[in-house]
Design a binder for this molecule. Structure first.
Ligand code: ASP
Length: 439
């Protein structure tokens, strides 16, 4: 029988009423057997997420030696949820024990993880399902990276013979036996890990939107919904700032070809977006799947005659930035020119000046120029490599909007074209590309 792993995000856990809907969603499909939950998120726009309340508790604990006062806000969120769900569950003693352990452990990760822990305990109770603590089944190595082999083994042992189980997202245990969290939004990763471990047929990721949109709705009014997207395209788009799903959550499922479906808890009938391997993917007639971008990059442009024949030129330049610990996003190059595209915040605190000085010494360029306030925009789609005229259409749309393109980089995979424009042209450029391909 098919098995679905369902991860429910913070807004799907915000209060007892929403959790009741989640319960209906799970109970309406017997294949939804392994549930991963986030901590309760915001109930309204000015509200505070439970995880943020917990980080504040940790801060208070460091400052005052106690977090009693700060923890009372967390306490009432969970008490309300239990009340709204009408559960016969002694949440107070679980909360007392949690507060005691927070004060004893004095660990930021442990404190932050308690939102997911408490939420999963309640959801397990509401569903009459087994609670499986992620600290017993998700492990990190001594270098703090995720230990896939032992985690997959522990998860599949823990679920053996279990019909319905609830895991808290966001955390696991490190090599010293201490609770460790993923980065923010990391319950998406926990869901993918569980999906991989149980060899799920589908990883459903339930959020408060009906899937991915072809571009940022704050820039284009009601952009098209993406019905199907490949892991690769999603990786490109989320790297460039489209964030429905944590960017790292694709890796565990991708290698096992487990598709992910983004669903909306508040509109469960909507189809959402299916993320799947390219082999199962049929682009719905459009060459471009989505457009995403980010502002605030700096371009270091370097020119030197006969650069192409000087052995090791590029590597000398890259050594300089690597030794300064600066990640490079793109390296567009010509015969006698190359550029380094770097996120501007990586060059703060005198680093830019130091890098320029060191490049000058390392390769003695004829010309070196710095262009700041650059935005990068990626146009992504598998259809782009096979259809003639895609780049013509892209650049015609940008030219028609009278935007000057500062940099072009076509990924070697041919599924994306990245253009660099001035920060101030960013929104206008996204609109122009969207209209060019989707209207
Ligand atoms: N609760 C955590 C956060 O707010 C993890 C998550 O929601 O996925 O970042």
């Amino acid at each position: 029988m098919a098995v679905k792993v369902c991860k429910f995000g913070g807004t799907s856990m915000a209060d007892g009423n929403v959790i009741s809907n989640v319960k209906k969603i799970i109970e309406s499909d017997a294949e939804r057997r392994f549930i991963v939950v986030s901590a309760p998120g915001k109930r309204y726009s000015q509200d505070v997420k439970v995880t943020d309340l917990l980080y504040a508790c940790h801060q208070k604990l460091l400052e005052d030696g106690t977090c009693k006062q700060a923890f009372s806000a967390v306490r009432s969120r969970f008490q309300n949820i239990v009340k709204e769900l009408n559960l016969d569950f002694d949440i107070n003693s679980v909360l007392d024990e949690t507060e005691r352990r927070i004060e004893q452990e004095k660990s930021e990760d442990f404190t932050a993880s308690r939102g997911e822990y408490l939420c999963a305990r309640i959801v397990a109770e509401a569903l009459n399902a087994q609670f499986i603590d992620s600290e017993d089944v998700i492990f990190f190595d001594s270098d703090c990276s995720f230990d896939d082999k032992s985690s997959y083994k522990a998860i599949s042992a823990a679920v053996s013979g279990v019909k319905l189980a609830v895991f808290p997202g966001f955390y696991g245990k490190d090599a010293n036996g201490k609770v460790k969290t993923f980065s923010r939004g990391g319950s998406d990763i926990s869901g993918a890990i569980v999906a991989r471990a149980v060899n799920a047929t589908l990883y459903e990721n339930w959020t408060d939107v009906s899937g991915f949109l072809a571009c940022d709705p704050r820039i284009v009014d009601s952009p098209k919904n993406i019905k199907t997207i490949s892991y690769r395209e999603l990786r490109e788009l989320s790297y460039m700032g489209a964030n429905v799903l944590h960017a790292d959550s694709i890796f565990p499922v991708r290698t096992a070809n487990i598709p992910i479906r983004i669903k909306n808890t508040f509109r469960p009938e909507d189809e959402g977006t299916l993320i799947c391997p390219v082999s199962r993917y049929s682009p719905a007639g459009s060459t471009v799947t989505g457009i995403a971008g980010k502002k605030n990059f700096t371009v270091i442009f370097i020119e030197k005659s006969l650069m192409n024949s000087e052995v090791g030129f590029i590597s000398k330049v890259l050594d300089v930035v690597a030794e300064e610990g600066i990640p490079v996003e793109h390296i567009p190059s010509g015969i006698d020119t190359m550029s380094l595209v770097i996120a501007s915040d990586q060059l703060e605190g005198g680093k830019l000046e130091r890098v320029l000085e060191r490049i000058k010494i390392a390769v003695e360029p004829d010309i070196m120029r710095v262009i700041e306030n650059i935005a990068l925009i990626a146009t992504v789609g598998h259809g782009m490599s096979s259809s003639v005229g895609t780049s013509a259409k892209l650049f015609n749309s940008i030219a028609a909007a009278e935007i000057n393109v500062k940099m072009i980089d076509q990924g070697s995979s041919e599924i994306n074209i990245i253009v660099g424009v001035k920060n101030c042209d960013y929104e206008k450029c996204i609109k122009a590309i969207y209209n060019g391909f989707f209207k």
